[in-house]
Design a protein around this ligand. Structure first.
Ligand code: ADP
Ligand code: UDP
Length: 242
């Protein structure tokens, strides 16, 4: 499948149309951003590592019964996905307090959240992705009520699957962000699941293995993402081309 027109270029990926109106190509770039795009760097090999990581996780989720947009890997930095009508809302689940919830609520980083907590954010970089609730989503028409319920249920279902998967690699899934979209009326998991959009800590040392390494200038960002993949059994073998 060939790229046709660039549809959108985001902070980390570019999105292309294909000859099939229902399919898009996601191109994972090396660009790495934090703080709503205020800190941007190019990290060598990150596009490849995240593309492979995302494919691995999306396949695990599909095996576990989660409907996703992912179709197949096309090359080191490209994946074929179903074209979704994206819902402009980010769904975040937190198992352990870290990041913005600590600042917002003054809670200590590292405390267990039992039950895990859920937050919605509006996808709007200019406004710093503000936190919103279900009433905002309904009042402003960002998604239908049944789709909101589905996104919440799927996000929690993903938590059960991935918490266990990362635990097998001796890692704690601290928190993560998911995006969903509609495909022929059905809510599918879209975008990506990579260490750019979640927090992962080593179970024994609680060392940060995710994008906080970039946010906090801890170094070895891509090396760490790769280590996470390898701990899950991802070999990063070259992608077989058509
Ligand atoms: P951002 O837009 O947050 O800077 P990216 O650089 O990752 O993020 O850009 C990817 C864009 O593609 C995002 O806006 C995301 O919502 C969108 N997207 C992801 N998956 C799909 C899909 N299957 N169909 C349509 N758009 C998608
Ligand atoms: N996240 C993301 N994109 C965003 C905002 C958050 O992928 O635009 C992820 C982030 O990496 C973390 C989780 O969602 O795993 C919760 O993020 P938080 O609200 O703590 O914000 P942060 O302090 O990370 O900006």
């Amino acid at each position: 499948m060939e790229k046709r027109q660039e549809l959108y270029s985001g902070k980390a990926k570019s999105v292309y149309t294909t000859d099939d109106a229902d399919k898009l190509i996601l191109h994972f770039r090396n660009d790495t951003s934090a703080f709503d795009g205020k800190k941007i760097e190019q990290l060598e090999r990150k596009g490849m590592v995240n593309n492979r990581f995302n494919a691995f996780i999306m396949e695990k989720l599909a095996e576990a019964g989660i409907a996703t947009h992912f179709e197949r890997l096309l090359s080191d930095q490209d994946s074929l996905v179903k074209r979704l009508d994206m819902i402009p809302v980010e769904c975040v689940v937190r198992n352990i307090a870290a990041g913005s919830i600590c600042k917002r609520l003054g809670v200590e980083e590292g405390i267990d959240l039992e039950p895990p907590t859920f937050e919605f954010f509006l996808k709007d970089d200019e406004r710093g992705d503000p936190m919103i609730n279900e009433y905002h989503i309904r009042s402003f028409g960002w998604a239908e009520t049944e789709h909101v319920e589905k996104m919440k249920a799927l996000t929690f279902e993903v938590n059960g699957i991935l918490k266990q998967l990362f635990l097998q690699g001796n890692m704690l899934l601290v928190d993560y962000k998911l995006e969903f979209g509609l495909f022929k009326g059905e809510v599918l998991l879209g975008d990506e699941f990579t260490p750019d959009g979640c927090r992962l800590w080593d179970c024994d040392t609680r060392e940060k293995l995710d994008k906080d390494r970039f946010r906090q200038d801890l170094g070895d960002v891509v090396e760490s993402y790769e280590l996470v993949g390898r701990r899950l059994g991802l070999a990063f073998d070259p992608v077989a081309q058509d």
